[in-house]
Design a protein around this ligand. Structure first.
Ligand code: SF4
Length: 481
């Protein structure tokens, strides 16, 4: 199998964009100082990033350049940089570094051959300094790069040096500088050395997984003939709903997959408890703007692939769409834009709607698509308490309703209305005027299924008694045959 390296590296970069930047890259960006990059790189060997970051900061306070480093004794340096790996050896190398650098007419040499003459500098360090500090083409191959390039079968090599040589011949130059930080971040977070998390990796569908034993999802249920239970819920802030008992509530749903909208959080704002609910694996697609929009999925079924967004930056920066692909269907959770005050975002919403429809129609060509989420529109008069007074308001404008007509005409089924034709069936109530107590609400949360999955729809309900948000969850039962 030959992989498309451009696609693999750009997808990996996207998957790790919220992860911590490797500390050496961070120091390069923060200081733009080759001396500091060189020293931090020497310290980083066999050391965790957070330890390197703290040790480097302590050392740079006293020795921001070669001249001041020369004033420190080996013993003092060892004390400052402890507990980096092999701190005594590194202290010895750093003591000799100022004199070795003095042999060059520049502060730090910018080529591999000269760098290799410095104490404590091997190929990996030299390549990293050349690429990160000077932005020159070099391929830094550490254990993650070596391992992942072999897992992808992009190279077939026995050790990092052979990997570096093979990559020099094969890897397109535009990836030389960036591949190290991407693959280190991927290797630390998703493609881990032990039991890689293929279940959450966006590359899983096309990855050769050479020699890999992926982790098993705890509680994963793999029977194909089950009737599956899906839930969709606009939680109006995952951190707010966490304080209201979400972590205990989620297992009680006993759902196979739960799509959430308006989580209003980026992954680094989530507690460990939210990220590790027993039996479930979670996926998050967040807006660039903090505390805004964003969607997530909790699943106890193992997806074959995960698709983040619509592939259109205009919408993906708002973190509105997340799709999990399974063998026999796609599960897409969506937070549709709100048309807003004075309908300022109506045009944006209509563009989003059209893009989304085309997007899911492509999936539908392969297998059924289950869409859930806050559509931010009440389709018909029966779907809200006061249709007359809301006729020109966001969520019930002729334009939004007309798009919903075209969506249904395209074959997507509003599952709830198969089973329930009654009025006053709502999923959202304003926080004002005791609207929920009086059931003055709107049905704007849906489970819709593409025509090719219609025969599998078993039941659809609104869980109106579940509290915690201004929306309640909606539920679909689906025969996975
Ligand atoms: S699919 Fe698995 S083996 Fe392949 S890159 Fe992702 S985590 Fe690594």
């Amino acid at each position: 199998m030959t992989i498309d390296i451009d696609y693999f590296l750009s997808t990996a970069a996207e998957a790790v964009k919220d992860k911590d930047v490797p500390v050496v890259d961070l120091i390069a960006v923060q200081t733009r100082d080759p001396f500091k990059v060189l020293v931090a790189t020497i310290l980083s060997a066999r050391t965790k990033d957070e330890v390197t970051a703290k040790s480097s900061a302590r050392l740079f306070k006293l020795a921001p350049d070669a001249k001041s480093l020369a004033q420190l004794s080996e013993e003092k340096i060892a004390k400052i940089i402890y507990p980096v790996g092999f701190y005594k050896t590194k202290a010895r190398h750093l003591t000799k570094l100022p004199q070795a650098l003095a042999a060059f007419p520049v502060k730090v040499p910018d080529n591999i051959e000269d760098l290799l003459t410095l104490p404590g500098v091997g190929r990996k360090t030299a390549n990293l300094v050349v690429s990160v500090a000077f932005g020159k083409p070099a391929i830094c191959v550490d254990t993650h790069v070596h391992r992942i390039m072999n897992i992808w079968q992009y190279v077939e090599t026995k050790d990092p040096l052979k990997t570096e040589m093979a990559l020099r011949k094969k890897l397109p130059p535009q990836h030389w500088i960036t591949s190290n930080s991407i693959l280190v971040a991927l290797g630390q977070s998703i493609c881990r050395p032990i039991s890689p998390h293929c279940d959450i990796c966006p590359l899983t569908a096309g990855c050769p997984k050479h020699g890999v034993k992926p982790r098993k999802i705890p509680g994963a249920k793999m029977k194909k003939t089950d009737t599956l239970k899906f839930i969709s819920w606009n939680v109006n802030g995952i951190r707010a709903v966490e304080k209201k008992g979400f972590i205990d509530m989620l297992p009680e749903f006993d759902a196979d997959i739960i799509g959430l909208q308006e989580t209003k959080a980026q992954p680094d704002q989530l507690s460990d408890a939210l990220k590790n609910i027993p039996g479930y694996t979670s996926y998050w697609h967040s807006a660039e703007k903090k505390g805004y929009s964003s969607v997530a999925v909790y699943t106890r079924l193992e997806p074959v692939a995960v698709h983040y967004g619509l592939g259109d930056p205009e919408f993906d920066c708002e973190g509105r769409v997340l799709t999990l692909e399974f063998d026999t269907y796609f599960f897409t959770t969506i937070y549709f834009p709100n048309s807003g005050d004075k309908l300022k975002r109506l045009d944006y919403k209509l563009r989003f709607n059209e893009t989304l429809l085309k997007f899911v129609q492509e999936f539908e060509k392969k297998k059924p698509v289950i869409l859930c989420g806050d559509f931010n529109v009440a389709h018909k008069e029966i779907d809200l308490k006061n249709p007359k007074t809301n006729a020109k308001n966001a969520g019930f404008t002729p334009e939004e309703r007309s798009w919903m007509d075209s969506f249904i005409a395209a074959g997507f089924v509003d599952t709830f209305r198969i089973f329930n034709q009654e009025p006053e069936q709502y999923s959202w109530w304003s926080y004002r005027f005791s609207a929920r107590a009086k059931n003055i609400g709107w049905r704007i949360d849906y489970f819709c299924v593409s025509q090719n999955g219609k025969k599998n729809i078993a039941d659809a309900t609104i869980l109106k008694d579940v509290l915690g948000s201004d929306h309640c969850p909606v539920q679909l039962e689906y025969k996975n045959t």
